[in-house]
Design a protein around this ligand. Structure first.
Ligand SMILES: Nc1ncnc2c1ncn2[C@@H]1O[C@H](COP(=O)(O)OP(=O)(O)O[C@H]2O[C@H](CO)[C@@H](O)[C@H](O)[C@H]2O)[C@@H](O)[C@H]1O
Ligand SMILES: O=P(O)(O)OC[C@H](O)CO
Length: 723
């Protein structure tokens, strides 16, 4: 088993300082439990912050280090300024509310970005320091979004996973972040990026397309020549542990006491970190509405809300606490009697036994966050109900809702609707409660935390490693093979290879630097230059007609072998399908603002480079499907390109140019082919053995070398001239 290097902001431990001694206790949280087995079995390390240890004496600090090391934990101590700017500042004042759709809570200026970046660097440095070849690195959560990218720079060969524990918002929301590009590129350093729900994967893919122009193909996206996988891995809990605890005599006694003290009151329970995403005020208001609407329930209903203090130094949390206190006070003032208090509010953490006793004793569990990545409380409640009783009221905005369809799903913004759900839960007949709980428990037990860890790690470790699929060597290193005497033939694609993309095809005309470069190359007696493009011959003639180069238009349908020679077409090509296909493309151009149809002698192209990237890609998929459906019998090819869908006749491809040109050359001529898109793959395939193929970009390619884009292609050509 590969050694596992876990990296998370917090270590899965709590440091408890007593008078002279100090102890480090492993946390019981989901992540800690799920990962403890693979962490220990693999002999790996867990890197993270052990919490505030600033008040410890030196002796206590060394005790902590010793105990951490026994637990295979490597501490990264955050300074007071890092806690305030990296943890509380950028992580919890900017990223946390933003990912939970609360834009109004994000400060106007992101002053703490620098601290976030630097702290991420510290985590990456420490992980890189402990890395051993063959290790699997698994980075966790939004506090460390830059770490995968930083690690990729330090350890290009490493196998890196990242899991995002909170929602990934729609691209409309993520786009508001001034640092969106850096954060996205940071995540793309990973080999596998996991989210709790399919909708977060969709949002992430949409954001990549919108801001980095990267189109995700089902579960993978190409970035800097690497294939990055994305996927939904809904996190589970240690269901067996909760179930076992729920059956222990101590817990059953506690439940009995709870029920006796309730004297027949129905019990509603809420358990959360005190966080403004958890929807506690609206939940309280819903309970208030039930009491208002149903006088018969007054004195017969008790709502126990437990809230664990969290991020108390962040002002929004302090304000939220006041709001909750105030609403609790108001409801108790209105509906309390000398004998009963409707809301029992505890602002503290509970131990596991107390927690499970509440789950086991609840008639109705209220889990109503306004937004939540997953929410493990909902799952813990079900696992703790081996009696198959109790009703779960669950927010449709929690990631858990997509799995737990047998809960009573509510809109947490609809107080009246939540009050209805509470009443429905209280009145639900036992057989229905049991049916629902049985189904919920089956899901929670099957997809538990061990299943989650295994499915993520199996996927990550099953991917071909970078070492097995090394990145293509830099095109510049191919130069040595081309230098020296002897004839060479260059096949150069135009758009995306010699020039970058422009908003319209006309705007991508060659610039003076390129014309000079081509002039100089073609003037060399040992070089023969051929431009092989998808463009119409009129355009190539107008731009390059005066140069002594070979021109090949419409992917090789038309060729002009030398300056002054006439253009000739490939024989035997059928174009009859064009008149039927054109109206389909025209209809798409009319419906998708900013898109347009380009017509050439032999082919048609629908361009969407000026359309919103996400919408354009979607429409392109639809167009391709429609064309396949309608014209599959026609002698034509439907080709996706870079923000274009092309329809070309069968039998025409850039590869045919290579064979035509080489017929007129000596057999020992050396060949260089450079191109950037899928049509250039035919060119590469036709290059005879010993030839050099260079892909300009980061797509899948059969080329042997890679350069980044047009500026690097020009650099390569200049170097060929000895410049
Ligand atoms: N009063 C109390 N006393 C003791 N323990 C208490 C407690 N209140 C809550 N807990 C415990 O804390 C954990 C909370 O986990 P959640 O998934 O509910 O939310 P959290 O926002 O912390 O986690 C983030 O990570 C998890 C895991 O990925 C995501 O589900 C979630 O959406 C995301 O915000 C549970 O295991 C629960 O038992
Ligand atoms: O207490 P925090 O700020 O480390 O947050 C813990 C939450 O589970 C974040 O996912």
């Amino acid at each position: 088993m590969a050694r596992l290097l876990l990296v998370s902001n917090r270590l899965p431990v709590t440091v408890k300082a007593e008078k002279d001694s100090v102890s480090v206790v492993r946390s019981a949280g989901g992540l800690a439990t799920g990962l403890s087995r693979p962490h220990e079995r693999s002999g790996g390390l867990w890197i993270g912050w052990p919490g505030d240890v600033s008040r410890l004496t030196d002796a206590q600090r060394s005790q902590v280090e010793k105990q951490l090391s026994d637990l295979r934990c490597v501490p990264l101590y955050l300074s007071a300024s890092e806690v305030s700017r990296f943890y509380e500042g950028y992580s919890n004042r900017v990223l946390w509310p933003l990912c939970h759709y609360m834009l109004d809570r994000v400060p106007r200026q992101d002053r703490d970005w620098d601290a976030y970046r630097k702290a991420n660097e510290r985590f990456a440095d420490l992980a890189a320091k402990h890395y051993q070849p063959g290790d699997t690195i698994w980075v966790h959560d939004y506090q460390l979004m830059l770490v995968p990218g930083m690690l990729r720079q330090r350890l290009p060969q490493a196998r890196i996973g990242y899991f995002h524990h909170i929602p990934f918002p729609s691209s409309e929301i993520f786009s508001t972040l001034p640092r969106r590009g850096e954060l996205l590129k940071g995540l793309l350093g990973a080999d596998l990026i996991g989210f709790h729900a399919v909708s977060y994967v969709r949002h992430f893919s949409g954001t990549l397309l919108r801001h980095l122009g990267l189109d995700t193909d089902i579960d993978r996206v190409l970035f800097q020549g690497r294939e990055v996988r994305v996927g939904a891995f809904p996190m589970g809990i240690d269901a067996t542990a909760f179930e076992t605890l729920a059956g222990e005599p101590g817990v059953l006694d506690e439940v009995k006491t709870l029920q006796e003290r309730s004297r027949g009151e129905r019990l509603l329970v809420g358990i959360d970190r005190l966080d403004y995403t958890k929807g506690i005020p609206r939940r309280l208001l819903a309970v208030q509405r039930v009491l208002e609407r149903e006088p018969s329930l007054r004195g017969r209903l008790r709502f126990i809300q437990v809230a664990v203090p969290s991020r108390t130094q962040v002002q929004a949390y302090a304000e939220y606490r006041e709001t909750v206190d105030e609403i609790v006070g108001r409801i108790n003032g209105l509906y309390g009697t000398v004998h009963s208090t409707p809301v029992h509010y505890l602002y503290r953490s509970l131990n596991e036994k107390q927690l499970v006793s509440l789950y086991r004793g609840a008639d109705v569990m209220l889990v109503t966050p306004v937004r939540d990545g997953m929410n493990l409380v909902a799952k813990e409640f079900c696992a703790a109900r081996p009696d198959e009783d109790g009703v779960l009221v669950l927010s449709e905005f929690a990631g858990a809702a997509s799995e737990m369809r047998d809960a009573l799903l509510v809109n947490p913004y609809d107080v009246e609707g939540m009050a209805d759900a509470i009443e429905q839960a209280l009145e639900m007949p036992k057989p229905e409660r049991q049916d629902r709980m049985r189904c919920l428990r089956a899901g929670v037990k099957t997809r538990d935390v061990h299943w989650w860890v295994a499915s993520f790690l199996d996927r990550l470790q099953g991917l071909p490693s970078v070492a097995e699929k090394p990145p293509l060597p830099d095109g510049m290193t191919a130069l040595d093979k081309l230098k020296g005497p002897g004839r060479k033939v260059l096949f150069l694609d135009y758009d995306g290879t010699l020039v970058g993309f422009a908003p319209t095809p006309e705007q991508a005309a060659p610039d003076a630097e390129l014309m000079t470069l081509l002039q100089e190359l073609s003037a060399r007696p040992d070089l023969s230059v051929h431009i092989v493009s998808g463009r119409p011959r009129e355009t190539l003639e107008a731009w390059f007609g005066e140069l002594p180069v070979g021109l090949h238009a419409e992917h090789g349908l038309w060729s002009r072998m030398r300056r002054g020679q006439p253009w000739h077409a490939l024989p035997g090509v059928s174009f009859e399908w064009k008149s039927q296909v054109k109206p389909v493309l025209d209809a798409f151009a009319a419906r998708v603002t900013g898109s347009f149809v380009e017509e050439k002698t032999a082919s048609l192209a629908w361009h969407y480079r000026r359309v919103d990237a996400e919408f354009g890609a979607l429409q392109a998929r639809e167009l391709r499907l429609l064309l396949f459906e309608k014209f599959s019998q026609e002698p034509m090819h439907i080709l996706p390109g870079d923000r274009v869908v092309e329809v070309r006749p069968k039998g025409v491809n850039k590869g045919r140019v290579v064979s035509e040109v080489l017929k007129q050359e000596a057999p020992d001529v050396r060949v260089l082919a450079v191109g950037d898109d899928v049509t250039d793959e035919d060119l590469f395939a036709a290059v005879p053995p010993g030839g050099i193929t260079v892909h300009a970009g980061n797509k899948h390619t059969r080329a042997a070398y890679r350069v980044e884009g047009p500026p690097e292609v020009r650099r390569l050509l200049k170097a060929l001239l000895g410049k």
